[in-house]
Write a protein that binds this ligand. Structure first.
Ligand SMILES: *Cc1c(COP(=O)(O)O)cnc(C)c1O
Length: 404
């Protein structure tokens, strides 16, 4: 059987062959430690890292390369932003504000900070999945140490009004962080223009290698101080100790360079594919609902609920497609997605939800096959359900608790 069509580009993306080419010399020939100051092996590695840092800074509109701190990925960047900032400011700042639709890397970091006495306030979202910037100021107080709102949501693809949120934070002197793992390389991201203080992003969401990401930390006044998560050799200005993964960093920069150069054309292409897919599916099948705002959304994202069809059963039933529900599912007790619940959708519609993530490798033929397979599988599942009344989800569903 051929591999299924990959429609899960929010979970990860394949390595672009051009990125691999850029990385190969640094895997094969060059092995120096970028922190070695006494010989040419180290100098060459350092030069490659600093060139990559410059390109990555430019790609997100940062003023200085020194504002880029390399990490192992967006999860670590989110942890460093939230824990690092609040721990460093722990005197006065005892509170943080996050949106109701954060990735677990932010939501669970905030939950972990509760054990240290930090309180979290939640900025709610409308049924569209969007926060209301007007609702933010009333959540900000003397004790607010940080506001964190995801730029583009990884399940529903909804794009938040980050510039408006950042502006309100700046007016109140509160630092603003955004998890932009799904936004960088796909949407115009310019930290200086949008007034962002901290930004998390990752290489493997933009056709780069897994295991490398960055945290942008604005320099200048007012000063942002961060407590490191890792202690050691004092790399990355003491913010992240550990020898730098030079091949991954070189690949990260190459991936962003390509994504930026192709961004607008690729966004238009993905949007057309998404419209084709949704149009075909709706022409074939009644009761197809889109979860989250359809306009303010990543071009390659769809989160759908098909009436009367459980998302888990649909994803499992479409063997020819690599899809996901984008939500956690504990073995026997399916746990509905906290993100979809935050939209206030009925429980049934949350259970029906599944996620489609189109990407660089997706072609017209793929979305046509996907529409046909989804429709046929949904029809079969509806018929089965009509024949035997629902008795909960089958026990053989994947027990994964991993959310991307
Ligand atoms: C994938 C993803 C992460 C985690 O990134 P890693 O680099 O895998 O740690 C965090 N936030 C969002 C929004 C993501 O999509």
């Amino acid at each position: 059987m051929p591999d299924p069509i990959y429609l899960d580009h929010h979970a990860t993306t394949p390595l672009d062959p051009r990125v691999l080419e850029a990385m190969l010399p640094w895997l094969r020939d060059e092995f120096g430690n970028a922190a070695s100051r006494t010989h040419v092996y180290g100098w060459r590695a350092e030069a490659a890292v600093e060139q990559a840092r410059e390109e990555i800074a430019a790609a997100i509109g940062a003023r200085e390369p020194r504002e880029i701190v390399f990490t192992s990925g967006a999860t670590e960047s989110d942890n460093l932003a939230l824990k690092g900032l609040l721990r460093a400011r722990s005197g006065r700042a005892r509170e943080l504000v996050i949106s109701a639709v954060e990735h677990p890397a932010v939501a669970d970091s905030a939950a972990a900070l509760a054990a240290e006495g930090f309180e979290t306030r939640v900025l709610p979202v409308a049924e569209s999945g969007l926060v209301d910037p007007e609702a933010l100021p009333e959540l900000l107080g003397e004790a607010t140490g940080l506001v964190s709102v995801i730029w583009a949501q990884s399940e529903i693809g909804v794009v938040q009004p980050v510039a408006e949120l950042a502006k309100r934070c700046r007016e109140r002197g509160v630092p603003f962080h955004s998890d932009a793992a799904q936004a960088v390389g796909k949407l115009p991201v310019h930290v200086e223009r949008e007034g962002i203080d901290l930004l998390s992003f990752s290489a493997h969401k933009v056709y780069g290698p897994k295991g490398v990401g960055a945290l942008y930390v604005r320099r200048g006044r007012p000063l942002l101080r961060l407590e490191p998560l890792l202690h050691g050799g004092g790399h990355e200005w003491g913010l992240r100790s550990g020898s730098l993964p030079v091949p991954l960093i070189v690949g990260f920069a190459a991936a962003l360079r390509i994504a930026e150069a192709e961004r607008d054309a690729e966004a238009a292409r993905l949007l057309a594919l998404r419209q084709r897919l949704l149009g075909r599916l709706r022409a074939r099948l009644p009761g197809v609902r889109v979860n989250g705002d359809l306009e303010r959304r990543l071009p390659g994202n769809l989160n759908l609920s098909i009436e009367g069809v459980h998302g888990d059963a649909l994803v499992a039933g479409c063997a020819g497609l690599a899809l996901s529900t984008g939500s956690a599912c504990a073995s026997a007790r399916p746990e509905p997605s906290p993100v979809l619940r935050a939209l206030g959708l009925p429980a049934e519609r949350v259970r029906e939800a599944f996620r489609i993530g189109l990407g660089r490798g997706t072609r017209e033929g793929d979305v046509d096959v996907a529409a046909e397979l989804l429709a046929a599988t949904a029809e079969r599942l509806r018929a089965e359900r009509a024949a035997s009344p629902p008795a909960g989800p089958p026990a053989s569903l994947p027990a994964s608790r991993i959310r991307e």
